[in-house]
Structure formats: structure tokens, C-alpha cells
Design a protein around this ligand. Sequence first.
Ligand code: CTP
Ligand code: MG
Length: 174
Amino acid sequence: MLEKLVSAILYILPAYVANGSPVVVVRLIGKATPMDLGAKAWDGRRILGDGKTFEGFFSGIALGSIVGLILIALGNPASYRSILEPLILSLGAMLGDILGSFIKRRLGLKRGQPAPGMDQLGFVVCALIISFAIYGLPDWFDSLTVIILLLVTAYLHLGTNYLAYLLGLKSEPY
Ligand code: CTP
Ligand code: MG
């Protein structure tokens, strides 16, 4: 049981890194370009908002992929089936994050306003769906492990975001 959970967390690690890096990278480079280029949707609100930038998107995918490649080089304890699997997980995480912002804007939530559940889990759910669709179910997969993985992710996300807030990287603690 614990072994499966450890495998699951190692497996999803590129998605965590992809999701967490943009806030740091964008802070380091200072200025970043919103992916919607400031454009508004049919409802008059921003398509995605200023929180989704090209720099964040690509740095997230790059850093997530690198962490996955390091895992593979260390003996592949995450049991990736392809050298591209970490890239797919990172891409899935960033797309899930974008989809979340798109939904938040349509609901009238401003950039940075919380959407409990979606903010913490949307990126992981999206990463898993896309990687499972391409590579099939991994060895560690069973419903209980997935549920515990989602719970661990939600708490980790809340914890790391609070830390980013304490470090002055984010203006909201969630
Ligand atoms: N970020 C980015 N590009 C991305 C994703 C994130 O630049 N594709 C950066 C932004 O600086 C963003 C921060 O990481 O503010 C935190 O990400 P997130 O919490 O997803 O964005 P929010 O600002 O909360 O915006 P939203 O309400 O759209 O989720
Ligand atoms: Mg947020």
C-alpha cells in the first residue's frame, strides 16, 4: 500500500514541479507575457487572466520534464514507460491549470481568487488523464491509491502555496 503511494507520488512529481515553478520563475525574470495577450472572452472578462503566462507555461514544462529525466537517470523508480512521459505529465499539469483559470474567469472569479478543489487538484487530474490516455494505467494504479494521492496533493498544494506566500512569492496564502 505505502509502496504504491510512494510510486504514485514519484510518478506525479513532474506535474508538481511544473505546477510550482511558474510562480518562482516569473518572479525571477520579473516581467511575463499573458497567454491570452490581454484578450477578453464573450462575457467581457479576460480569457485566462494575467496569472497564466507563456514564461510560466514553458518553464513549468521544462522543469517538470527535467525532474522526470533525473528520476529516469536515477533508475526510474517512478516506472515511466517512456522518456516522454514526464513531459506529457508536465504538459497535462499546465493545461489543467489553464483550463482551471478559463473556468474561473467564466465564473467571474478574478485572478488569484480561490476555487477550492480545482486550484489544488485540477492540474493533477488533468495530468493523470492525459498520461493514462497515452501510456495506459501505471503499475501503481488502483482507486484507493489515486484517492490518497489526490488527498496528499491537496494538502501539499495548500502547504507549498502557504510557504510561497510566507516567502513573498505569492500575494495570497492559497
Ligand atoms: N504562473 C504563470 N504562468 C502559468 C501559471 C502560473 O506565470 N502558466 C504564475 C503567475 O505569476 C501566477 C502564479 O504563477 O500568479 C501562481 O499560479 P496560479 O495560482 O495558478 O495563478 P493565479 O494568479 O492564482 O491565477 P488564477 O486565478 O487564474 O488561478
Ligand atoms: Mg492561484
